[in-house]
Design a protein around this ligand. Structure first.
Ligand SMILES: C[S@@+](CC[C@H](N)C(=O)[O-])C[C@H]1O[C@@H](n2cnc3c(N)ncnc32)[C@H](O)[C@@H]1O
Length: 357
């Protein structure tokens, strides 16, 4: 479709071009970063820094010519350091943390992996826009599930036991004494396993409709030594079995669901008397204009290609989106029968709502 363009403001054009060029550089920086992650190049460089491309080649067994170009792209983007006199490359502690410190909340590699999956799945998103159909979570490329786990787990590890659980009324004490807990939409089970390790007297039931994620969760639980107090099952949020749960939690998944009100009703019906629903969602203000910053752009973009399509693939298809905000989420919880809702904790990336009947 040809568009007519008149009255172009040259300075605004230049400003936008500058922004877009920065974004294009960033999108390729992320690709270069992910390539380094998949080949373990950042850890290798950090270990032998400073090093020439030849030394890194000898250390990794990868062809020097590939490495020289990859190192140059990294140096041009400020991801690593370059000494022109010695022609060596090195990594500062901060660069090592961002690119090579797996498990550290500052490490961005899981984030990169999830973005790569969004690029991989562009044909599916294009088709979904054309047809209006949804895309089930399980139809995405494998790196979405792994990227989500790698990105979320360190944030849960940093916050869940230290601050989110203590921020809920009376929950920590119940978990210490021995409680029954459901983690709904648990994915690879990161949150379930962190909780199970911290509270060995309690029993944790992880539910997710994606079978392969549940298989991973079981394996991870075995490896983490919590197979005896975790049970993982394939089930949906509106149908998962059991009742009398002292705590039901949903981590970064309610907005992905087709029927979040139905899910809340089911949560309410399975809670023990005095039980708590902990809802962890991406941090968002209530209005688009207040979410117009890089993190908001990131969340809305993932939401466009992953969260909204997943919700539209299920019954009801409410499609809350990843930036629903506290007010909209509170309305959903109220509609689902949980009348007492308060924001218990916030981080720059997440908000934790506590809901009770
Ligand atoms: C963004 S992932 C979050 C996974 C996990 N809670 C975490 O924080 O790592 C969303 C998860 O919700 C699950 N999911 C989506 N709709 C669901 C539904 N209706 N019932 C149960 N799980 C659902 C997906 O399969 C996926 O594992």
């Amino acid at each position: 479709m040809a568009v007519q363009i008149e009255d172009v403001d040259e300075s605004k054009l230049e400003e936008l071009q500058g922004k877009v060029i920065t974004d294009v550089a960033g999108s390729l920086g992320l690709l270069i970063g992910y390539l380094g992650d998949q080949l373990d190049l950042y850890s290798a460089l950090a270990e032998i820094s400073p090093a020439t491309s030849q030394e890194l080649a000898e250390n990794t067994g990868i062809k020097e010519r590939y490495l020289r170009e990859w190192l140059s792209a990294n140096a041009a983007g400020g991801y690593i350091e370059y000494d022109p006199a010695l022609q060596t490359f090195s990594m500062t502690p901060e660069q090592t943390m961002i690119f090579a410190a797996e498990g550290n909340p500052n490490c961005m590699q899981g984030f990169f992996q999830a973005v790569v999956s969004a690029y991989t799945d562009v044909p599916k998103a294009t088709e979904a826009f054309r047809t209006g159909e949804g895309i089930p979570w399980g139809d995405h490329s494998e790196c979405l599930f792994c990227g989500t786990e790698r990105f979320f787990r360190p944030m849960y590890a940093a916050n869940l036991i230290e601050s989110w659980i203590p921020a809920l009324e009376g929950v920590k004490e119940k978990l210490e004494a021995g409680a029954k807990v459901a983690d709904v939409g648990c994915g690879h089970g990161s949150s379930t396993i962190i909780l199970a390790q911290a509270f060995p007297n309690s029993t944790f039931h992880g539910f997710d409709l994606h079978g392969p994620s549940i298989d991973h969760a079981r394996e991870h639980a075995r490896a983490a030594g919590v197979a005896n107090n975790t049970i993982f099952e394939v089930s949906t949020a509106t149908e998962y079995p059991g009742n009398n749960y002292d705590l039901v939690a949903i981590f970064d998944a309610l907005h992905d669901m087709g029927d979040p009100v139905g899910a809340t009703k089911h949560v309410a019906s399975t809670l023990a008397e005095g039980g708590t629903f902990m809802l962890v969602e991406p941090f968002a203000e209530d209005n688009l204009e207040d979410n117009s910053h890089p993190l908001g752009q990131i969340y809305y973009s993932f939401s466009t290609t992953v969260c909204v399509p997943n919700s539209l693939s299920q019954e009801v298809g409410l499609a809350l989106g990843a930036q629903a905000g506290e007010k909209r989420l509170t309305d959903v919880l109220n509609e689902g029968g949980l009348g007492q809702v308060r924001c218990a904790a916030k981080t720059p990336t997440n908000m934790v709502l506590e809901a009770r009947a």
